[in-house]
Design a protein around this ligand. Structure first.
Ligand code: PLP
Length: 422
């Protein structure tokens, strides 16, 4: 089931983190992102409960809001970063450098240099070019840097958002990695393990277990063949969350039962080895709702359109990734959904529709639309600059207290960065 049921109060009204809709909208106008701190805590706790022996690195790309990063850090998460900006965010959020992993297929020298200077746990290298860059950089700084080898595996995959198997910009091909790294003996580099991020948005427990079994076997084999001491295996993750109302939850308890047994079987080889998941959406997607106000309702040739003050500019995922997020009228949560609408934003393109054919109670101007499961890849993945609209605020809600964690950005702010020549 999607996350809508987490946002009801006892009397059936919309509620997030103990606050009602009015309180959430009091300090900032729509469009707006609201996050429940409790739902972040419970997502993290559920993973830790299932995988007590694993480190969880939070993938900042899912939602780099400082307050969210800092929350996850305080819960015990590490950080998985993919850019200089994300590394700086992680450091500002207080993550210990020894819990930071840097992954990404086109790291610049400046990024690698900052990672090495910071003393992060591992740079996850994706090519021989990067391995050489890390080595050179560590040498210049008279440091040693741990690296994990990202592998483009040949494992069978059936999940929709697969990143391994074929030709890929990500990682070393499994067939050639040993030849590419064997004999590399750079004084600045310690190869300590492997990382495989195989797919996103996986909802089937069996697929995740099969991936873990494959990666474990691969890591043990590569350590022997390429001749490094295995200190860390980063299994990636790809734990999915249900978006459409008919999708089902990933059963992480079922994954953990089998996976923990498997790790136990190899305890001899894995003693002292750090086991890691990089997780983004599973930790934060359900915590967030995107709120946008209805400015008008119109009918055209037999179809009803709801026109809102925020669309693909502020929340692009439904449009660009084709994700069917649950859409509700949050000021009329209990009312029966009796009419079908297309929910569209202010952008001058017909693709700007964050919900098509959505059943809602009768919609009127001033109503508030909520798009659920918006905590991951929402604010950060959107087209804020398009059409010079204001950028939404982000608020975090806990124990009925609503705090603005990112101020809205007025459209005119973009003018400050520009000049008219002459
Ligand atoms: C290498 C890597 N790690 C972690 C993630 C986070 O994925 P998710 O948010 O689905 O957990 C991604 C997402 O694309 C990724 O590419």
């Amino acid at each position: 089931m999607a996350a809508v049921e987490d946002f009801f109060s006892r009397d059936g009204a919309f509620s997030i983190g103990g606050a009602g809709l009015e309180a959430v909208l009091a300090a900032n106008s729509t469009p707006l992102y609201a996050y429940s701190a409790d739902l972040i805590d419970s997502a993290y706790a559920s993973v830790k409960r299932c995988f007590p022996g694993f480190d969880i690195a939070y993938s900042l790309k899912a939602n780099p809001a400082l307050a969210i990063c800092s929350r996850l850090r305080s819960l015990g998460a590490g950080a998985d970063v993919s850019s200089m900006g994300e590394l700086q965010t992680a450091l500002r959020a207080g993550f210990d450098a020894r819990d930071i992993f840097f992954v990404g297929p086109a790291k610049s020298e400046a990024e690698i240099s900052l990672a090495v200077r910071t003393g992060i746990y591992a740079v996850i290298v994706e090519s021989a070019r990067e391995l050489a860059l890390v080595g050179a950089c560590a040498g210049r700084l008279s440091r040693r840097q741990r690296v994990l080898l990202r592998i483009n595996t040949a494992e069978p995959q059936t999940s929709p958002e697969v990143m391994v198997g074929g030709p890929s910009k990500f990682g070393f091909d499994e067939e050639t990695v040993v030849n590419e790294v064997r004999g590399i003996d750079h004084p600045g580099i310690d190869i300590v393990g492997v990382q495989v991020y195989a797919a996103s948005q996986v909802l089937e427990a069996g697929l995740i277990y099969a991936h873990m079994e494959y990666v474990l076997g691969l890591a043990l084999r590569l350590a022997d063949e390429a001749g490094f001491r295995l200190e860390c295996i980063d299994f990636g993750g790809g734990f999915g969350v249900p978006y459409a109302d008919d999708e089902r939850d990933l059963d992480i308890a079922a994954v953990s039962k089998r996976a923990n047994k498997l790790m136990g079987k190899h305890a001899g080889r894995l003693g002292g080895c750090r086991l890691v998941f990089e997780l983004g959406r599973y930790l934060v997607a359900r915590s967030g709702v995107f709120l946008t106000r209805v400015v008008g309702v119109k009918e055209s040739r037999g179809r009803r359109f709801v026109l809102t003050d925020g669309g693909m500019n502020a929340f692009s995922r439904p449009v660009f990734m084709g994700v069917r997020h649950p859409v509700r009228l949050v000021n009329k949560m209990g009312a029966p959904a009796e009419e079908e609408y297309d929910v569209c934003g202010p952008i001058c393109t017909p693709i700007d529709c964050i919900g098509r054919g959505v059943k809602l109670p009768r919609v009127e101007p001033g109503d508030v639309v909520g798009v659920f499961n918006a905590g991951a890849y929402g604010y950060t993945m959107s087209l804020m600059n398009f059409m010079s609209l204001p950028w939404p605020a982000e608020v975090m809600v806990e124990n009925g207290r609503v705090e603005t964690i990112r101020r809205p950005r007025p459209a005119a702010a973009a003018l400050d960065d520009q000049v008219i020549p002459g």
